[in-house]
Design a protein around this ligand. Structure first.
Ligand code: NAP
Length: 437
């Protein structure tokens, strides 16, 4: 594509996760005269690949190699430890760059909207997953695992991830980058029962078959499912391939019997939490039976109490509101027209469309936004990276380049024990020290 006008198009992408990297890759592939800076508030790149994808799914994390290759291009640069709002304002970025793109994902947990949600022992999946994945924000979460019963709300792949990580043994996790402090809590926990609770039925669940199937291969955990729930689907020929595969896996699981000394993983459907109870800490939840309605579910009024010390709600995420940026509170995304927010400000990935799809879904999204921008914006002699460098120096900010992130990466790889791929650091000051060494 030929850029109209002359000079370099300076693009700032906020957020160094999959959406940010696929967008940078698309720009770099389109034109040499585009300069892309990928800015992240953490000193580390890769966003959800590093802190969201389950530690035992290392093959998915390998996509980071592709992002690293994008970073090797002359016209793409990573700038870590630079936070929008704290170190640099949106207005400043919009003045310095021709284009600013929010690729900040959806880091905020959706709330269940129940009173006891603040109790100790109750966590959103963003914080819980961040904790076991060494995200600096959640290092000190200290979740309560000294409980025999954990409840996971939601029927998506994140719910499965959380259940699996809680249920896997130290040996099963040996070749992963599970945070060591989380490993020592999880592998000495007294968990006997884990419940995954869906407000709708097995057909409506958002699990993918691969992830659901993994639950039936765990060393120390037996998934359990009530076969009576399958009867309604025996004759149904309208099911999708994914639904049929999920039901076949559930049929296998239904044949399981609880085994002595193994964790029981109950796959429960048609229930929703209506109260979370406890004094300071969670002691039990109240579950209401539900029935399917054309637009969701309705409570039946039949409730049952479930004693539990840990509750993780895995019910989706929202983008972080930013002052001055229009935000749709219902869907939890920035208000945009196909990714265009206003002026030279755009959004992409989960920040644009919400938390859906796989990592790869961000690729066409990135290509789409790059095409749209290249057809709408032309270089206008902005200062770009040079201008940002001046601002960084004036404010004495300690940003991290890609080359310096590689030092952190090497140190994390050297800090491992056994066959673990890396031991992720959680202390930002320590990471900056390594980066600047
Ligand atoms: P998700 O797939 O959208 O699932 C969210 C679940 O929460 C749904 O079952 C939903 O039920 C339920 N829910 C929402 N609000 C609720 C409420 N108030 N009370 C009870 N249940 C509620 O979201 P996710 O699991 O967070 O995953 C996000 C995305 O990442 C998905 O696209 C997922 O596939 C992807 N992901 C992929 C992998 C992988 O490929 N290995 C791993 C993790 C995540 P309803 O359907 O009834 O609304």
């Amino acid at each position: 594509m030929i850029l109209n006008g002359s000079g370099t198009l300076y693009v700032a992408i906020i957020g160094a996760g999959p959406a940010g990297y696929y967008t940078a890759e698309a720009f770099a592939a389109k034109h040499d005269n585009v300069h892309v800076d990928i800015i992240d508030r953490l000193p580390t790149p890769y966003g959800l690949i590093r802190a969201g994808v389950a530690p035992d799914h290392q093959s998915i994390k390998n996509v980071a190699l592709r992002y690293a290759a994008t970073n090797e291009k002359d016209n793409v640069h990573f700038i870590g430890n630079l936070e929008l709002g704290r170190d640099v304002s949106m207005e400043e970025l919009q003045q310095l760059y021709d284009v600013v793109i929010l690729a900040t994902g959806a880091p905020k947990d959706r709330a269940l909207g129940l009173e006891g949600e603040h109790l100790q022992g109750v966590y959103g999946s963003g914080s819980f997953v961040g904790w076991y994945n060494s995200h600096p924000d959640y290092r000190d979460l200290n979740p309560n695992l000294k409980t025999p019963t954990a409840v996971i709300i939601g029927n998506g792949n994140v719910a499965i991830d959380v259940a699996r990580i809680l249920a896997k043994t130290a040996q099963e996790m040996a070749e992963t980058d599970l945070a060591p402090y989380a490993a020592s809590e999880i592998h000495t926990s007294i968990l006997k029962d884990i419940y995954i609770i869906g407000r709708r039925g097995p057909v409506e669940a958002a699990f993918t078959p691969k992830e659901l199937g993994e639950l039936n291969k765990l060393e120390n955990c037996t998934p359990l499912f009530d076969p009576a729930l399958l009867e309604a689907f025996e004759e149904n020929t309208d099911l999708t391939v994914v639904q049929k595969k999920n039901l076949a896996i559930l049929r296998d699981i239904a044949a399981n019997k609880p085994e002595k000394d193994k964790i029981r993983l109950h796959l429960s459907f048609f229930q929703r939490p209506v109260a979370i109870e406890g004094d300071q800490s969670l002691t039990n939840i109240l579950l209401e039976k539900t029935k399917l309605m054309p637009n969701g579910v309705e409570g039946t009024g039949h409730t049952a109490e479930l004693k539990c010390g840990l509750l993780v709600s895995c019910i989706g995420y929202k983008a972080s509101p930013i002052e001055g940026i229009p935000y749709d509170t219902r869907s939890g995304v920035y208000v945009s027209s196909d990714g265009h927010i206003s002026g030279n400000l755009y959004c992409v990935g989960w920040a644009r469309r919400g938390p859906t799809g796989t990592i790869g879904t961000n690729r066409p999204d990135g290509v789409g936004i790059a095409d749209k921008i290249l057809s709408e914006i032309t270089p206008s002699g902005k200062a770009g990276r040079q201008g940002l460098d001046v601002l960084v120096q004036t404010r004495d900010l300690h940003t991290v380049s890609f080359a310096n992130w590689k030092k952190i990466e090497t140190a994390e790889q050297e800090a491992t024990e056994g066959n673990a791929p890396r031991r992720k650091f959680t202390n930002i000051d320590k990471m900056i020290k390594i980066a600047e060494s």
